[in-house]
Ligand binder design. Sequence first.
Ligand code: NOJ
Ligand code: CA
Length: 518
Amino acid sequence: MSETWWRGAAIYQVYLRSFADGNGDGIGDLAGLRSRLPYLSDLGVDAVWLNPWYPSPMADGGYDVADYRDIEPAFGTLAEAEKFIQEAHAMGIRTIIDIVPNHGSDQQEWFVQALAAGPGSPERARFWFTEGRGEGLPPNDWKSIFGGPAWTQVPDGQWYLHLFAPEQPDFNWTNPEVIEEFHDVLRFWFDRGVDGIRIDSAAVLIKDFTSEEESYTDHDGVHDIYRGWRRIADEYEGERILIGEVWLPDQERFALYLRPDEMHTAFNFDFMSRPWDARELRESIDMTLTSHLPIGAPPTWVLSNHDVPRPVTKYGRENTAFSHADRRDGVPSDLVLGERRARAAALLAMALPGSLYVYQGEELGLPEVDDIPGELRQDPIWTRSKNTVPGRDGCRVPLPWSGQEAPFGNGTGTPWLPQPASWGTLTAEAQDADPASMLCLYRAGLRVRRGKLGDGALRWLDAGENVIAFTRESGLACVVNFGAEPVALPENQGVVLASGPLEGELLPTDTAVWLRTA
Ligand code: NOJ
Ligand code: CA
């Protein structure tokens, strides 16, 4: 296996709970995932990234980890996880797992011990326990990212910090025990053949409590933590990688995480957040390439993940930008337009230099499900916002595999979130039979991309203000028309793939094409 496999890899994100149910309880699991390995192999991905698969009370979809060295019983067993890693390897697919270092679950042994041990104990020093300001006031006014206060009081009067839900107490990363514990967890999984670690909320581990305002993002101290992690990754053969979830607007600060002795790559959320607009996206690509170039790290390209609205829905809205502050949940969307743009966006992202992430269901063109009944919603954002912000369940609905009605071949039980009755045309089975489907586009794109696109550089072509056009060293050009009018194709030796029908020698609006240039 090549040493720099990750620089241009196509990585498929598996939200296990919703991927494929193997035992009929309505919850996706390892048995289901293993049965669908041929699907992933046909799709042509190099690796899978699995969201947290550990035992968890699921207060935040598994990002509340109760045991970092085991598998959630609803998903399967540790033995099955090991089997999955081996079977995937046998098909040339690597495994990346999610490690959540900022916080654990309130059901995790350490937190249970901390509660029992009481104020001032070494057990409490693994978290951020402290006294309040009196009269029922928390230590400060920091807010949780999911809404509400960032502190919760325990029966003996102390408060603990949780940047996310109260069920997710933050670890104290100034405590050497915490550092040691995570080193051991990394070794545990690398020893089992895991090829990479996606680091959850990677930039928020160090807090500055001297500040009145929330002050936890991107403090310099985080870099030492990841240097320690990199030393461990490098002890293993076969290039095990670290991928950071780093939401930072400042590209220079972002690039610091990618220095040679830190992470290998980090998610590029700027690209995902931009509106469907040539100037905006060109600027994002340019900025990304410029910031990565001096450090030699490959950029990453992400159109969606389990935290953001599905691309088909997002791009079908009048305002196509995305931000966490304004999710625009429930805002009407033209799904026909959205699909057309999502197809073009897919070819654009696949053609860019670096690695690519595909979130499960993106390849099926699934829309955001925005009519999940309130009582079935599971995202803590929904309850913590007092039922005003629907949250992220709409992109986490179990995949439709086959058939005409729910659960659409996803097991035999009732899916943990309801699937729309209309998904019969969106199943993998239906799309497999339709050469014009989103699934066939993704398969074709990923096939061409392997070896020809991915890692490397690009050269911009000037094709007008409303067009993004560039060539890659393999002799492929990518041209995307964002304008209302069709545009002429640049000189070429033939069309390799297009996101929609061309009009003779013209590229219609909201369409992308790959051309042979040599
Ligand atoms: C980022 C994850 O992607 C998200 O799903 C989770 O809720 C937060 N981190 C907290 O772990
Ligand atoms: Ca199941």
